[in-house]
Design a binder for this molecule. Sequence first.
Ligand SMILES: [Zn+2]
Length: 387
Amino acid sequence: MTEPRSLDLIKKLIAFDTTSRESNLGLITFIQEYLSGHGVESMLVHSEDGTKANLYATLGEKEKSGVMLSGHTDVVPVDGQAWDTDPFEVTEKDGNLYGRGTADMKSFIAVALAFVPEFLKRGLKTPVHLAFSYDEEVGCIGVRRLIDKLKDMPVKPAMCIVGEPTSMQVVTGHKGKRSFVANVGGLEAHSALAPHGVNAVEYAAELITYLKNMARRFEAEGPYDELYEVTHSTVHTGVVAGGVQLNIVPKSCRVEFEFRYLAIDDPDALEAEIRDYAAATLEPMMKAVSAEAGIDIECVNDMPGLEMDPGEDVVAFVKALAGRNDHAKVAFGTEAGLFHTSAGIPTVVCGPGDIAVAHKPNEYISLEQITKAEDFMRRLADEVCGG
Ligand SMILES: [Zn+2]
């Protein structure tokens, strides 16, 4: 096998520790300099504190709308993971490249960058836009600032390909996610006088039970989408913390929960249902004992799902680039839902690498997947270039 043209760039990008808690500016500056070396200007959209940035660049005419290639530059932590190699140095072994971010998702970014010289040399009749974000792994935070800018641009990209690891499958959908913290506030009392207090842990338990019954309802009654591994919307409680000692009626309890919903389910309606239950059923009982008691529910993250009609141009276009006719939906969330929902850009997800090895020790990508991604990029060049 000949060495992939993106190999050197993959190695360079992996060597930047862009764990979400760290700055990504070293990597962004590297890309900016690489692009400017080819005569391409970049626009940076920084985080509020200036320690991170999104990068946006257009190859070809800025006045025309084109195809956007998008990826996140951050990676998940390696803390506590038993790696056999240095996660921030690419190790090639048995046809695989090992390193944090090889699959998720620096290889796609490297492949896109490796084709910049070819795009420019062949001359673009349709522009290619590059959009690289920060803080995707902590709730798709960074890209929202870039999308705010994109929305105001006179010419927006006509379509977007998010290169998350799908093993080069064409992905037209993923679920949306909304996550919450509920702070249940009660009233302390000696447990011998339990009815004089408001037991925050018990009210939290009633809230959790209500959520569990919603989950059972989704499972039993649907709606269903057979393209998903879990075919219905889900509700899940992940953290509960409350109480100090058995003989004290607990004053507070904290509950973290989330919905992962199909496009057909309305997240506002799901959220309203749980808020109504807390406000109309639980709080009156709590306030009958103490006016200060109550349940405060805060939405901490809201990630829209992706649901592209398979008849959309972007789907046929990306199928042709990937050399396949099928499409799929995936369990994991991506920035694609935001690009489509918030910026109005038709978007699909398609990129090299297997999501099953992402976020784990010894994350890798096969050279075969890199080759497929390069073939994809070559076909894109055939589509967007004149010569
Ligand atoms: Zn990712």
